[in-house]
Design a protein. Sequence first.
Length: 365
Amino acid sequence: MIPLWKLRREWASLQQQLQAVPERLIGPWRQRRLDARFPADCHVQDGGHPLTDKVAIFLVFQPAGLSDSCRQTCEHLARQGHAVLLVANHAVTATDVERLRPWVWRFVQRPNFGYDFGGYRDGIRLLQHWGVEPAQVVMLNDSIWYPVVPSDALLPAMEASPASFTGAFRFVDPGGHDAEHAGIFLSYFFHFKRPLWQSKVFRRYWSDYVCSSNKVLTVKRGERGFSRTLMGAGVPSEGIHSRDRLMALLRGLPDEELRKVLDYAAYTDESLQRQGDALLAESPSAPGWRDRALAQLQAAVDRRNPVSTLCYAAIRWMGVPYLKKNAGELQVRMRRQYLRAVAAGDLPHPGEVVLAEVRARTPGA
């Protein structure tokens, strides 16, 4: 029998695909109308943090009020030397402006249209409109808790990379391999440097981008389209985290640590769950256990998002400093395992603010 959560997921996906048909026709007209009102539709307020040569475009959608974890993200980015341009797809209250002011350079309220890529586009166009030419730009959204570790190695790795375009996670389809210009960077965390910021391919992409509040079109034009446009033009790129990098790390772990990776794995595939349980029931000293464990973990990350499937390993061994918030079944199960690992002392405590928010978004926690 098909689980109810799968039926709901497929029905939602079908609805989005059907809604995309008329959106393809009216989208360009709507975009021209929105662009004619830019930047008047964006309400801008100054924060208390100075402009630096590093800017973070932080897209948020929290209409009930900016969370404490949002404040912590802004504080972290500011401490890393970034001037935060907080772009909200909703009104920002005076209370929230005052609360976050020390860590934010400017607040932008924009119409709730276009998901994250609509907000990213407005943030980029505002910087261009103001004549800001940053040396480095971080672009992220609040679909993640960040950071969830005491020492964030992600931003330093992005800044140190010789590539002008980096992503927190390079996603490649099963059968593909982690290599420059392979796959796409997932849209919750990008980084780019001034040569790319000033390039024709970058500016043309954002000038031509057609926003949509249809998820299918946003993923196609935005998350996939952005990476493929830049990589297809030969822009030097690096994914700081990837499936292949994670598996390379796992192959170097001792057997007892591999058992921990299996114990904290999250599955939505019953066959993988059964295989994982069977391996956990065995002793790591059993003949062939290590090879079978690595094969099972490889099959798991080939089938589902590696950071969600092997959250413990991603944070503990690959240095992933973020945690996904979305309500997908895999991510809910991942967060249950994450909370187990934190409670056991196997993962660092993210702080009471983030921990409370994770628990609140995790049914059954």
